[in-house]
Design a binder for this molecule. Structure first.
Ligand code: ZN
Length: 406
C-alpha cells in the first residue's frame, strides 16, 4: 500500500471551507484524510505556495471532434446551419474517432480535467488509450427520429452502454444521450429514460438550445423540419403541436441522473421544474459555445439561487476553439459578476460530479474519492479562491495519486 501526504499553503476541498496549511493524505490512489497537520499519513511532501483542489470535471464534451483545429461554421450562425456542417463532418473520409478521442483526452488532462462526461459515438474500445488519461462518464449517443430508425438506435445504445470496458477506475459510469428533440423520437427518449431507471445509468440530452428547436416543438415548422424533411426523416405525428421543453424534462426525471445540456430557451416554469427536481436534473452551461452561437445571456446566478444545479462543460471543438474548462470557468466569472469564484470552482468540480452521479468518486477533496488533485500557484494570505480562478491553469496534476506530467 502506497501512502503519502501532500501539504500546501492552501487546500480547497470545495465541499468544505479552504484550509490554510492543509494536508491531503493519499493511500492506494484514493484520498484517505483531508485537514490540518493531523491529517498527514506516511511521508509528507511540502508543495509550498500552491492551492490544492480537486481535478476538474467536464460535464459536457464530444471528444469525437477533438481533431478539429477550429470550430465548424461561423460565429453567430443559426444552430440548424451549424448542424448541417456537423453532419457533413461526420461523413469525412479521413475522420478517425480513436485519434480524435485520444487528442481530446490528452488536451483535457493538460487543462486539469480529470473526468470527462463525453457524448460517445465511438465504440468503447476507442477510449482505451495508452498512458494517463482522465476518467470517463460515457453517455452513448442515440439518434433516431423516424419510427424505423428509433428501434435500432435504442438497441445499439444499450449494447454500447452495457459493453463499456470494465477497467475499474477509468470508466466511472456508462449511460445514454438521446441527442435532442429534433433528432430523437419522443418514444425513444422514453425508452431510454426507462432503461436508465432500471440500469441506474445517467442520461444527457441537448434541450431548448435554439429558437428553431422551440418552433419545431410548438408548431412543427421551421428550419429543423426542413433539415429532417431533406433527409426523409420527418414524421409529422411524432411531435404533437404545442409541445414544450417541459414535456422532455418530465420524461427525463424518470432517470436517476439527467443532464439538460444548454437550456438556453427554457422559460420560468421550466426553470422552476429544474429547481424542484434538482435531485435528478442538472443544467449544463457551456459558456464559450453559448457565446459562439450568440444566445441571449442566461441568468446563471439567479438560476443557481433558485435551486437549479448548474455545471459547466466545454462542449466540443466543433463550437469551441479548445477543451480548456479553466477558461470556461473564467468566462463565466467575466460575464456573470454575481457568480462568486467559489461557485465557479464548484461548477467545474463538485457540482459537475453530482450532475454526472459520480460525486462519491471524484469532484472534491474528501476521503474515499480518487486522488485526482491539481496544484495551482497561490501565495494568497487570505482567500485562495481569487488566486485559483485567476491562474492560467494547474501547475501540476495527480491522477489516482500519481503525478502526471503536464
Ligand atoms: Zn453538445
Amino acid at each position: 500500500m502506497t501512502t503519502f501526504t501532500l501539504r500546501a499553503r492552501w487546500v480547497v476541498p470545495v465541499v468544505a471551507p479552504p484550509i490554510e496549511g492543509g494536508c491531503v493524505a493519499v493511500s492506494d490512489g484514493r484520498i484517505v484524510a483531508v485537514g490540518g497537520p493531523d491529517a498527514a499519513r506516511g511521508p509528507v511532501e511540502d508543495l509550498g505556495d500552491v492551492a490544492l483542489l480537486p481535478g476538474l470535471v467536464n460535464a459536457h464534451c464530444h471528444l469525437e471532434f477533438s481533431s478539429l483545429s477550429q470550430p465548424l461554421g461561423e460565429a453567430g450562425w443559426p444552430l440548424p446551419a451549424w448542424i448541417e456542417r456537423v453532419i457533413a463532418d461526420r461523413k469525412r473520409a479521413d475522420r478517425n474517432a480513436t485519434t480524435a478521442v485520444a487528442a481530446g483526452l490528452a488536451e483535457s488532462l493538460r487543462a486539469g480535467v480529470t473526468t470527462v462526461g463525453d457524448i460517445a459515438t465511438a465504440q468503447p474500445a476507442a477510449y482505451a488509450t495508452a498512458g494517463p488519461r482522465p476518467r470517463l462518464v460515457l453517455l452513448h449517443e442515440a439518434i433516431g427520429f423516424s419510427d424505423a430508425r428509433r428501434h435500432s438506435a435504442f438497441a445499439d445504445v444499450v449494447r454500447r452502454a452495457e459493453s463499456a470496458p470494465s477497467d475499474g477506475c477509468a470508466t466511472l459510469a456508462s449511460g445514454a444521450s438521446p441527442h435532442a428533440p429534433y433528432t430523437v423520437h419522443p418514444e425513444l427518449v422514453s425508452q431510454l429514460t426507462d432503461w436508465a431507471a432500471q440500469a441506474s445509468a445517467p442520461l444527457a440530452m441537448h434541450l431548448a438550445e435554439s429558437p428553431e428547436e422551440i418552433e419545431l416543438l410548438a408548431a412543427g415548422s421551421g428550419a429543423f423540419r426542413e433539415l429532417l424533411e431533406a433527409r426523409s426523416m420527418f414524421d409529422p405525428a411524432a411531435i404533437p403541436a404545442g409541445t414544450r421543453p417541459l414535456d422532455y424534462l418530465r420524461r427525463l426525471t424518470a432517470a436517476p441522473r439527467a443532464l439538460v445540456i444548454h437550456g438556453n430557451y427554457l422559460d420560468a416554469t421550466e426553470r422552476n421544474y429544474l429547481a424542484e427536481h434538482a435531485d435528478r436534473l442538472s443544467l449544463v452551461h457551456c459558456p464559450r459555445t453559448h457565446a459562439y452561437f450568440d444566445h441571449p445571456p442566461l441568468p446563471l446566478a439567479e438560476w443557481r439561487a433558485s435551486g437549479v444545479r448548474i455545471a459547466l462543460g466545454t462542449d466540443s471543438r466543433a463550437s469551441n476553439p479548445d477543451l480548456d474548462l479553466w477558461r470556461e470557468m473564467q468566462t463565466v466569472l467575466a460575464k456573470h459578476p454575481a457568480v462568486r469564484p467559489a461557485d465557479a470552482v464548484a461548477m467545474v468540480t463538485a457540482t459537475a460530479a453530482e450532475a454526472l452521479g459520480v460525486s462519491d468518486q471524484t469532484g472534491s477533496l474528501a476521503p474515499g474519492r480518487w486522488a485526482d488533485i491539481l496544484a495551482v500557484p497561490c501565495a494568497s494570505p487570505s482567500d485562495p479562491l481569487d488566486a485559483v480562478v485567476a491562474a492560467r491553469g494547474p501547475s501540476e496534476v495527480w491522477l489516482g495519486g500519481r503525478r502526471v506530467s503536464r
